[in-house]
Design a protein around this ligand. Sequence first.
Ligand code: PMP
Length: 429
Amino acid sequence: MTQDDLAFDQRHIWHPYTSMTRPLPVYPVASASGCELQLSTGETLVEGMSSWWATLHGYNHPRLNAALKTQIDQMSHVMFGGITHQPAVDLCRKLVAMTPAPLECVFLADTGSVAVEVAMKMALQYWHAKGEPRQRFLTFRNGYHGDTFGAMSVCDPDNSMHSLWKGYLAENLFAPAPQSRFDGEWDEADMVGFARMMAAHRHEIAAVILEPVVQGAGGMRMYHPEWLKRIRKMCDREGILLIADEIATGFGRTGKLFACEHADISPDILCLGKALTGGTMTLSATLATREIADTISDGEAGCFMHGPTFMGNPLACAVANESLAILQSGDWQGQVAAIEGQLKRELNDAAASENVADVRVLGAIGVVETHYPVNQAVLQKFFVERGVWVRPFGKLIYLMPPYIITQEQLTRLTSAVVDAVNIPAHFVI
Ligand code: PMP
């Protein structure tokens, strides 16, 4: 990639959450394999982000590549209206089998945000079909569910700037974020705000929506699984639906195949995405119970009112099938447990820094929360010079590597993070 290409990029291409007038540098990746990114400028970086929770088995995986190539020779895409195909049937069969039993009707979409839109729309249409329209969602502060408008309406109001969209964005209900930590004591008082809100609005609430156990982009917070048990019970008592957004936590990242398993509960609607294709292609799925599917289908509309152009894309389904086969036949539990142990041991050294507020680890997720926001451009450069790819934001420096990472590679990541937090220039103080 030439300097001219980079200049064009800066001038004309939006990057995620990045200013067009004061763009931060971007690093040109030429190729990626295993746990490494190769920059076109020659450096090799150890991947600490799994391309935002997605790349489980590493890049350029021969089995994933082969699945894609085989499918390309059959068909890359065909519409899903009035048509079906083997990759979609195989994938949905697998998803129904691997998720809790009541979830048996699968809607395939293209991104995580759309999976959340679909889940919310299902809940709204369910209540409409029951002749009892309910139009609000109850969720936690510090949540993140995507960037489309429905999803944004249940994201943390401050992080996603609800003030910008006032009058346009649906006004949902936000309970205080959970305080009982995943590995700490359960505090009964934690529930009070949530329970009060549910009681006060019980006839308006279509569904509770939450990220089970780990609140991701809204703060990388890990909370006590007892929360899920209590919320499941409250929802059952009030007849309110429970939507679990496992787009980030699904497929083993927290040490369980799905994070809901930490509390042994099943949601009424489940959103999956990100790692579904092993990080190769964009695909998401929303699973619902038979009761929800039947109620919607027997309602006024006669069907669920959604149908994206690229629904059930065969190429994405084929590679998702292969990724799930790799996951199910491999030792992801052993890999994630080993990563968890190593992250706990090695990131602990960061806790001694005066710039660090908290260090927390769950499964293959390691988080260092700092007292001050990071200077993203300076810190990113430091990490690249150390030969690692870590993308911090706000007060969070975090690692969630592919499951195949070696011990040495992970040590490169953790030691770079531990060294980084001791350098004042890395923070906006
Ligand atoms: N839900 C959660 C929990 C997420 O972490 C994300 C993405 N960070 C989304 C939804 C949105 O997914 P996507 O970016 O694929 O639209």
